[in-house]
Write a protein that binds this ligand. Structure first.
Ligand SMILES: Nc1ncnc2c1ncn2[C@@H]1O[C@H](COP(=O)(O)OP(=O)(O)OP(=O)(O)O)[C@@H](O)[C@H]1O
Length: 577
């Protein structure tokens, strides 16, 4: 953090210096004005007042000019700091666990903005207040020592006790949490409107959102009352201290002029110190953001995978999100091999693919890999034509290449049926695609540039079993001789792969050609047998005359879908997104 802000400190120092001069001028202006008024009441010769008149004028002009300079230099410094910090923060985030939701992402953006707030509305006012208050106390003490002590006491309460109360009051303030809850409730109402209506749950959901809103209103009211009380307390303290300072000056034998000068000086000094209450509240509000950014920047950089190898090799690679997702995985895939990755849900298949693609965090170990193309489950379909979506991967591809890619992905017939063909507009603001169409479009886009290494995460998950097998077979055929790694839940068609990796709880528990894995007892064989039993039970249910019991496992036969105890996706026709 310091490294990023280093070049900012000088500008910020200049801004603070300008702020200090502006506030000292404001204090001087008040003190001189008090002197001028009380001296004028004594009706001296005009020449006796001229110095005071010039002084008031000079202080007023200088105060305005230096306040302007302070704003200019302060905002310049803060904006430069934020401009430098933002790319650093994004860079630090690269390679770390992906932020899972928009809220976290926007926090990353607003966290950086908080630094600007902290510099301009907390740090700068605090330093200015400290210097000006000290200067005012010294000046007051020089005129009347007793009054200086009273002023010091008053300022101390305003600078310490009121901000402390503001911090305490802010800690009790749950407005931010309430706002977040209300936002979630509102998002549920909007996004889930159809489901709520279908289940007759709209009134209950609206009532819940209204409860949040009412609670927030009540808490907002309480917070506003607390902050007004602190404001009023500050103003009362300011007045009481000014009166006490004036009084103590008179008691010390000062003239009315001297007493008025220190009294007004005290009033002006408070003007600089009272904003500390608000600064303290802001500090409490923005400090967590500063902590998050400091931690992110201080964390050691994560080594990104090396992209200079012909083959893919993982050496004792581990990957963590908030808990381990891959543990000590070692793997070599020579160029041209076709590898299938199977395993239960949450076994770490997508993470492994992400590591191979350089998209998932590596917390230990070493990755060697060539340039890869990866199709992740949440790959994006752009609001554009089918052609534009495809050309994104290979801008120079001609029509026959486009047709070949979509044919391999099993989408050519559907595109031909569209009136606009390849010019059909799809995506957010275009024609809605079914899960299977979307998935095949993404697959075609990945196949189009014919990459040397292609990583596919469940590329046929949303397709009907027969079509899924057909598409996978076409992909294998099209990719013959090129490295292809496919995460899949379907056991059918695995015989086409050179090797099958079985993952369990983040570790590779078995690997080898399909025929070898299925021939020996082990995790893969268990999955295979379980699948065979499931399939025969389904067949028996569909056709009671066919007989369902006593299923035998024939390693030569495809099994269908890999069973997962908690799996709902095998029955779900649409893609996850
Ligand atoms: N971005 C993430 N942040 C935090 N945890 C994650 C993230 N992605 C995956 N995980 C966790 O890592 C573990 C492995 O997840 P992964 O998606 O790799 O499994 P998978 O075998 O592909 O599962 P599935 O078959 O359901 O897609 C899981 O426990 C999952 O909850």
């Amino acid at each position: 953090m310091n490294r990023v802000l280093r070049r900012t400190w000088l500008r910020l120092f200049a801004a603070i210096a300008a702020g200090v001069i502006a506030e000292l001028c404001a204090v001087g202006l008040m003190a001189l004005a008090a002197w001028l008024i009380t001296r004028a009441a004594e009706q001296p010769a005009l020449s006796a007042l001229s110095l005071g008149i010039v002084g008031v004028r000079a202080c007023a002009l200088a105060r305005g000019a230096f306040r302007y300079l302070e704003r200019l230099a302060g905002h310049d410094a803060a904006l430069r700091a934020v401009a430098r910090l933002r790319p650093e923060v994004f860079r630090a985030q690269l390679g770390r666990p992906a932020l899972r939701d928009g809220d976290a992402l926007s926090r990353l953006v607003s966290d950086v903005d908080s630094v600007q707030e902290l510099l301009l509305r907390c740090l700068s006012p605090a330093v200015i207040a400290l210097v000006v208050a000290t200067g005012s106390v010294i000046a007051c003490t020089a005129v009347v020592p007793a009054a200086g002590a009273v002023l010091a006491a008053g300022l101390l309460v305003a600078a310490v006790a009121l901000p402390a109360l503001a911090v305490l009051s802010h800690r009790q303030d749950r407005t931010a949490a309430d706002r977040a809850e209300l936002a979630v409730a509102a998002a549920d109402l909007v996004d889930g409107a159809r489901e709520l209506a279908a289940f007759g749950a709209v009134p209950a959901a609206v009532a819940r959102a209204e409860q949040h809103s009412a609670r927030m209103r009540r808490r907002d009211g309480r917070a506003a009352r607390r902050s007004s009380a602190l404001l009023a307390g500050g103003v009362l303290l300011q007045g009481a201290t000014a009166v006490a300072v004036t009084w103590s000056a008179l008691l010390a034998g000062q003239s009315q002029t001297g007493a008025a000068v220190v009294g007004f000086l005290a009033l002006a000094a408070f003007e600089t110190v009272l904003p500390l209450t608000d600064a303290a509240r802001r500090w409490t509000e923005h400090r967590p953001a500063l902590r998050r950014i400091t931690e992110l920047l201080a964390a050691p950089p994560i080594a990104l995978p090396q992209v200079n190898s012909e083959r893919i090799a993982l050496h004792d690679v581990s990957a963590h999100y908030d808990r381990p997702a891959l543990t000590d995985v070692s793997l070599t895939v020579e160029p041209g091999r076709a590898v299938a990755v199977v395993g239960a849900s949450g076994a770490g298949k997508s993470t492994l693919l992400g590591v191979l693609a350089g998209l998932a965090p590596v917390s230990a170990g070493r990755v060697e890999r060539p340039e890869t193309r990866a199709v992740t489950q949440d790959a994006h379909v752009f609001s554009a034509t089918i052609r534009d979506n495809l050309l994104l991967a290979a801008p120079g591809a001609d029509r026959s290449q486009l047709e070949r890619a979509v044919e391999q992905a099993g989408l050519l017939d559907w595109i031909r049926r569209q009136p606009a063909g390849f010019d059909t507009f799809v995506g957010e603001s275009g024609q809605p695609l079914s899960g299977g169409q979307r998935q095949r479009l993404l697959l075609a886009r990945a196949l189009l540039p014919e990459p040397d290494v292609l990583l596919l995460d469940e590329p046929t998950e949303a397709l009907e079993p027969e079509l899924a097998d057909e598409v996978l077979a076409r992909v294998r055929h099209a990719r013959a001789g090129r490295t292809t790694i496919v995460v899949t839940h379907r056991l059918a068609g695995l015989a086409q792969f050179d090797e099958v990796l079985v993952l369990d709880a983040g570790r590779i528990v078995q690997r080898g050609p399909h025929r070898e894995l299925v021939a020996v007892p082990g995790p893969f064989r268990d999955l295979w047998e379980a699948e065979a039993l499931t399939n025969s039970a389904i067949r028996a249910h569909d056709d009671p005359n066919a007989g369902g019991g006593g299923a035998t496992v024939d390693p030569a036969q495809p099994c269908g879908v890999l069973p997962r105890p908690d799996d709902h996706r095998t029955r779900r026709p649409a893609a996850r997104r």
